[in-house]
Design a protein around this ligand. Structure first.
Ligand code: SPV
Ligand code: MG
Length: 553
């Protein structure tokens, strides 16, 4: 049993280039793992699962392109796939370069192109072009040793990144030529400058690769591909001192299983109903594609209309009245006609030209993963009120700002009316609060008493002042119900920021509701205005509200 030489135990910084990182992995004293990927999305999934390097498998890339692993895809077509994979990830990629896609001259050109695309290394195998997959047939012809050494030298002489790795793959065991032939080739390839050896085997046990390693020792890193001897415990590879194991085709095979099963089910059912629960959501596709970054970039680079506003959506609470529906997700993520409630609310803001949206998350926060919103977290959501949630987004409370509860829906003209009202703090207030009261059994409602009640005859555009806000107002004084949507002018945002800080300082912030916040503003002499609406909104508290939300236009 051999073990790989220990590196000096000094902490080394993470290498900066992908090639340097691959080199460090292959040189490390541990057994490392490379996971197969075959396109941009599979490469991202591999990286997000925690793998530190990717095997760009020839078999898998060919199969994903619908062709055979027999050099039917040209090397530039493979290069194009690699470019997507490298752009999509930050971990190093070792590409399966088959036989080098030709002679030494093709290897030279390929290596230069791979370095340009930040591919960290190439593995070339000592067979003949066009190659055949190692698991097909017997006694495949091998390359002449000297000719193959020329390819290795040509590759090393052409790399434009000093750390680029050229791995020489030995097919002698696959071709039935025995251990001595494998070792003779390893010797020659090592002398020609190969950075590592890949010893391939199609036996059901690891015996022949272990025998190879025992005789080869630690002269250079040795990589294995345990596809056929998968039952061998990984600690055996570690103890034998292998540098790396390649899980060579398992992303492709897993994808084929899932695609075949999904296709079969949909074809059989002529419906999507039986697959929806077992496939990722479209939101997950957006997350993997990185749509968040695009939304941020749009905010940075799309021309400003000069009236940019941002929105803060308060979505930290569970919504316990909805029972089991909120066991796994917060109520704002409950599905309403094919998309979460919050997605519909966000769309309303988008329609109103508000793209910079921050959601304050709390309960089951990981479920709130819409692509086009930023998030901040109120991890104390279970014991705090809405004002504390708003304070979690205090860094975003600047400029013209809209604040909304995450469980509401409203027609977007209401947004336009709020934004047209010149006051610093404006609340959208429903004058038809009595009709809602009859239809709703929800008790905590933010009533508003104003300087003047709503009137259809009222044409004057002067804002109406708020006198009081809260659930406990005397029914005689109530003029409407706050719908959970407010607008702050740039000055209004400053004022609210200052009040939140003051409430934090005097200990009243944690339990305060939005009504408490408004009351405090009024107490400080701040002017709050209302825009009256007559319906065209709802909030979701219970199952009856959900039914209404499904009907909401
Ligand atoms: C590949 O993944 O394409 C390989 C490994 O070359 S194997 O299929 O085992 O030959
Ligand atoms: Mg291959």
């Amino acid at each position: 049993m051999s073990s790989r030489p220990r590196l000096a135990p000094v902490p080394s910084p993470v290498p900066e280039t992908k090639a340097a990182r691959l080199r460090a992995l292959l040189d490390s004293p541990r057994l490392e793992f490379l996971m197969e990927a075959h396109d941009g999305i599979s490469a991202k999934i591999v990286e997000q699962a925690g793998f530190e390097a990717i095997w760009a498998s020839g078999l898998s890339i060919s199969a994903a392109l619908g062709v055979r692993d027999s050099n039917e895809a040209s090397w530039t077509q493979v290069l194009e796939v690699l470019e997507f994979m490298a752009d999509a990830t930050t971990v190093p990629i070792l590409v399966d370069g088959d036989t080098g896609w030709g002679n030494f001259n093709n290897v030279r050109r390929a290596v230069r192109k791979l370095c340009q695309r930040h591919i960290a290394g190439i593995c070339i195998e000592d067979k003949l072009f066009p190659k055949t997959n190692s698991f097909i047939g017997e006694l495949q012809p091998l390359a002449d040793i000297d000719e193959f050494c020329g390819k290795i030298k040509a590759g090393k002489d052409s790399q434009t990144d000093a750390d680029f790795q050229v791995v020489a793959r030995i097919e002698a065991l696959i071709a039935g030529r025995g251990l001595d032939e494998a070792l003779r080739r390893a010797e020659a390839y090592h002398a020609a400058g190969a950075d590592a050896i890949l010893i391939h085997s199609k036996q059901r046990t690891a015996d022949e690769v272990l025998a190879f390693k025992a005789r080869w020792g630690d002269r250079c890193p040795v990589i294995i591909v345990p596809t056929k001897y998968y039952a061998t415990p990984t600690r055996t590879f570690h103890r034998a001192g292998f540098a790396a194991a390649i899980w060579a085709n398992h992303m492709l095979r897993a994808a084929i299983t899932a695609m075949q099963e999904t296709c079969r089910q949909i074809q059989c059912d002529q419906s999507l109903v039986n697959v929806e629960g077992s496939i990722v959501s479209v939101q997950e596709v957006f997350r993997l594609a990185g749509n968040d970054e695009l939304a941020d970039a749009e905010n940075r680079y799309l021309p400003s209309t000069g009236r940019e506003a941002r929105a803060i959506l308060l979505a930290a609470s569970r919504g316990a009245k909805l029972g089991e529906l909120t066991t796994k997700r917060p109520k704002c993520m409950i599905d309403i006609r094919g998309q979460p409630l919050l997605r519909r609310l966000v769309s309303t803001f988008h329609e109103g030209g508000v793209r910079d949206i921050t959601v304050v998350r709390g309960y089951r926060k990981a479920m709130i993963n819409l692509p086009s919103v930023a998030t901040v977290d109120n991890d104390l959501y279970a014991t705090t009120g809405e004002a504390a949630s708003l304070a979690c987004a205090i860094g975003r409370l600047a400029g013209e700002c809209l604040i909304a509860y995450g469980d509401t829906l409203f027609r977007h003209y209401i947004l336009d009316r709020l934004r047209e009202t010149p006051s610093d703090i404006v609340l959208a207030v429903d004058a038809l609060w009595r009709e809602r009261e009859a239809a709703s059994n929800y008790s905590v409602r933010d009533f508003v008493a104003c300087a003047r009640g709503f009137s259809v005859d009222y044409l004057d555009d002067d804002p109406v002042d708020v006198r009081a806000v809260g659930p406990g107002l005397d029914a005689e004084t109530i003029d409407g119900e706050w719908i959970g949507l407010a607008k702050l002018s740039p000055r209004g945002s400053e004022v609210v920021r200052a009040i939140l800080e003051a409430m934090r300082a005097d200990g009243t912030l944690q339990k305060a509701t939005m009504a408490d916040l408004f009351t405090r503003l009024l107490g400080d002499g701040e002017r709050l205005s209302v825009v009256y609406v007559t319906g065209h909104w709802l909030d979701v508290d219970d199952a009856a509200d959900l039914d209404k939300a499904r009907e909401f236009p």
